[in-house]
Design a protein around this ligand. Structure first.
Ligand code: GKR
Ligand code: MG
Length: 442
């Protein structure tokens, strides 16, 4: 005989948030180039730790930005005392307080500048970490269960100046070998990109390759793609992402050239209408993390047919459960789903892996910047990739714990480096005076 839970069971409140701790950190980041300019010697991240009234700790990581941090602190004042299981109520409280954010507030940069989605993500992931610990299950099981044990990632190549970031900003360690040496080497030519790809794939075993484009005149980047094809052969899927900086004409012209060798073309042009035009003209599937970036954008994306694959990012789509909702929408409308990334550490990677393991369908290897970072903020140290994939962390919740000493050291970096938000244009101007970001350049 079974006994169903009685209302008395339901009446038992879950653990409540007692402490809400926001810690901005700065992690060493190499001088990587993109359409918006140049990465600074440090990438900013923010770590949120929630501690419940019964002493359970839940953690999350989001891109760092002082004004988001301030909003997150303000969110904390509204959330202390609330039950971590009441995620919909928490979201409602935050929306009522901060008001609705429109897709337009995302901005023109390759990364998302909205605050609310980041705050939802930070709070939700930390709450899920706690819920997982309370019920003794990994986060993947809270998202619908494990569809795979390992999650595949792609090699994410960047044009870059010499240097590894941090105090060595534009210097290098002459003793470095293997990936450590490639991570600090200059890569500005097709041969440099192939060398970077070989070192990265050798170290991490990646089986798909993406090049961050939009940096140089398109022919140079197309040549790099053909050089990669030559070096890796037809079995390694290739992608290029010019971050919407190409004109329609450029996208049509170079898109045609690239058609025989691409798995997908990411954000060749700006805006859903332009993406739809390119998509009609090319056989290559189009992917985006710039033209369809919120639920509000979906109706128009479907009406126009602006992309084949949405590159979700739980930091930008408001958390892991929202990303599962997005997966359902993509499945309904015959769109693929994969994952976007930005410079990040292991707490974000753990969340990405739990989500990647829960997705009903996973057709494309996910993006990650992780090989470009060398710091870590979790006790287990840096994640290991095997044949390009990461195993779902063991244990309840996210399966990773905060390394408090590392957190304090990275917070000191934050205080010392003086950065308060990501601004790749200013960083680029230090190398090329007068350089300006252009929404469409080539
Ligand atoms: O890290 O420079 C970078 C990338 O350009 C990043 O900011 C983008 O958001 O990786 C991203 C993308 O796929 O667009
Ligand atoms: Mg992209």
């Amino acid at each position: 005989m079974t006994s169903n839970p009685t209302p008395a069971h339901f009446a038992k409140a879950g653990p409540r948030i007692r402490e809400f701790i926001v810690t901005p950190i700065a992690v060493v980041d190499p001088p990587l180039l993109n359409a918006a300019g140049l990465h600074a010697p440090y990438a900013l991240r923010t770590i949120l730790e929630l501690i419940t009234d019964d002493g359970i700790s839940g953690i999350s990581e989001i891109p760092g930005n002082r004004s988001t941090d301030e909003a997150l602190e303000a969110a904390g004042k509204l959330l202390v005392g609330r039950d971590v299981f009441q995620l919909s109520e928490i979201r409602q409280v935050l929306t009522q307080n901060f008001g609705k954010e429109t897709a337009a507030e995302r901005g023109l940069t390759p990364w998302d500048q909205r605050k609310l989605v980041h705050i939802f993500s930070a709070v939700e992931v930390a709450c899920l970490d706690i819920i997982g610990k309370v019920v003794g299950r990994p986060v993947v099981d809270l998202l619908g269960g494990r569809m795979r044990d390992r999650v595949p990632f792609a090699a994410y190549l960047f044009y870059k100046y010499k240097g590894a970031g941090g105090p060595l900003a534009f210097g290098t360690d002459p003793a470095a070998t293997g990936w450590a040496a490639a991570r600090q080497a200059e890569a500005l030519t097709p041969a440099g990109i192939v060398a970077q790809a070989e070192a990265m794939c050798r170290e991490f075993g990646f089986q798909s390759i993406k090049l961050k484009g939009g940096v140089f005149e398109p022919q140079q980047e197309v040549d790099a793609m053909f050089a990669l094809r030559e070096a890796f052969g037809p079995d390694v899927p290739l992608r290029i992402d010019p971050n919407a900086i190409w004109t329609l004409e450029t996208a049509l012209n170079y898109g045609k050239q690239l058609e025989p060798i691409l798995e997908y073309l990411e954000d060749p042009v700006r805006g859903q209408e332009n993406m739809a035009t390119v998509r009609k003209a090319l056989k290559t599937p189009l992917a985006t993390n710039m033209c369809t970036t919120s639920f509000e954008d979906i109706p128009n994306s479907i009406a126009l047919g602006s992309e084949d694959i949405i590159l979700s990012d739980h930091h930008f789509w408001g958390g892991l459960r929202s990303s599962m909702t997005l997966a359902g929408i993509c499945e309904t409308f015959g769109r693929g789903l994969s994952m976007h990334s930005n410079s990040h550490l292991g707490i974000s990677l753990a969340a990405m892996v739990h989500l990647g393991a829960a997705l009903p369908q996973l057709t494309y290897a996910l993006d990650t910047h992780y090989p470009w970072q060398s710091d870590e903020v979790i006790t287990a140290g840096r994640f290991r990739f095997e044949e390009g994939s990461v195993a779902v962390p063991e244990g309840p919740g996210l399966g990773v714990e905060l390394d408090r000493e590392a957190l304090a050291a990275l917070h000191r970096n934050y205080l010392a480096c003086g950065l308060t938000k990501r601004d790749d244009e200013i960083e680029m101007q230090k190398v090329q005076p007068g350089w300006r970001f252009q929404a469409v350049r080539w």
